[in-house]
Design a protein. Structure first.
Length: 314
């Protein structure tokens, strides 16, 4: 009998509901290298967590069930193919416990939007079930399980701003003086498939029709240190943007409208179709979002700030 363990609620597990908030991500720099033999591309990316959140609540149950509301409700399978269910099974298997929980997801992050919504939900499930079951794993252990669930999942355990290498799963936090950046996030109708966007980039590159690859993250890190949004704006870049624009040509008008409304820069987020715009400050972000809504170039324009923490019990 070890009193420390008995007193640690993380080891005892939770009797009441456990609620976890998890952010969306954007890539400030998404450098895509060659296609590897395992079907993934080597990445050099800078992840950034922003204040658009999903919320996962975990309660005790006799089986494993998932319900959801909000973005994408009714469109997403809630069976064993769902990343949340797969995350719960992966943690239970690792920790040697029964995967019993009643999970409920409230989504604000769109499906297949390039904001890592599915990965965020998997990260939330790991953190929520770890607390519910009292398995008490460290963030690094959780990130290790996360890597098998998807390339972006480890980052969403950590949050903040971080360098991602390998296929994106190797995450090192960026230590920077605290600065808040202000974003406008333009959601699109419908999603884009991530594998299809990577395949389109390979096709464009083979045809000599893709832009120059981004290269090093040095300019981006220098810009983060300078804490001047105008400097950061000039350093943003995404190798998948040409592919997203080829698959969804209307995004060109969205990007143009954001810049016309005074955004310092606009880029496609990840594999799209969400576009994100950097604003000078919070008031500017609100004004740009209102203009984008009026211009009718997106389904919904939201303001957000970053960096924010990764999946956390609230
Ligand atoms: O890791 P995740 O399951 O999120 O990746 C989804 C798909 O995106 C992969 O199957 C692959 O087609 C593509 N991908 C890639 N290179 C990466 C990450 C993802 O080609 N680094």
């Amino acid at each position: 009998w070890r009193p420390d363990d008995e007193d640690d609620p993380r080891r005892r597990g939770a009797s009441g509901p456990v609620k976890v908030r998890v952010p969306a991500k954007v890539n400030l720099h998404l450098g895509v290298g060659p296609l590897r033999r395992d079907g993934y591309h080597e990445l050099n990316t800078v992840y950034h967590a922003i204040s658009i959140h999903d919320e996962l609540t975990a309660r005790r149950g006799d089986t494993l069930t998932l319900t959801m509301e909000g973005e994408g409700a009714g469109e997403l399978a809630l069976d064993d193919s769902n990343l949340v269910i797969r995350a719960a099974h992966a943690l239970a298997g690792y920790a040697g416990v029964l995967p019993h929980a009643r999970l409920h997801l409230r989504k604000q992050i769109p499906l297949a939007g390039g904001l890592a919504g599915g990965s965020a939900d998997a990260a939330a499930a790991l953190v929520a079930c770890d607390t519910l079951w009292g398995t008490g794993l460290s963030r690094d252990e959780l990130a290790g399980i996360a890597a098998d669930l998807g390339s972006d999942v480890p980052f969403l355990i950590h949050g903040g701003t971080a360098l991602g290498t390998g296929r994106g799963e190797a995450v090192s936090p960026v230590l920077a003086r605290p600065t808040s950046w202000h974003w406008v996030v333009a959601l699109a109708d419908g999603g884009l498939s991530t594998p299809a966007a990577y395949a389109e980039l390979d096709r464009l590159r083979a045809a000599g029709a893709a832009g120059e690859p981004l290269g090093s993250t040095d300019a981006l890190f220098a810009a983060l240190r300078q804490r001047d949004p105008r400097v950061l704006a000039a350093a943003l870049g995404n190798d998948l943007q040409d592919a997203a624009l080829a698959m969804r040509p209307s995004l060109a008008a969205t990007l143009k409208a954001g810049e016309a409304a005074g955004a310092l820069a606009g880029i496609v987020s990840g594999s799209g179709p969400t576009c994100v715009f950097l604003a000078l400050d919070q008031a500017d972000a609100a004004r740009i979002a209102a203009e984008l809504d009026t211009a009718g170039v997106c389904r919904d324009a939201r303001v957000a700030h970053g960096p924010v923490p990764g999946a956390r019990v609230v």
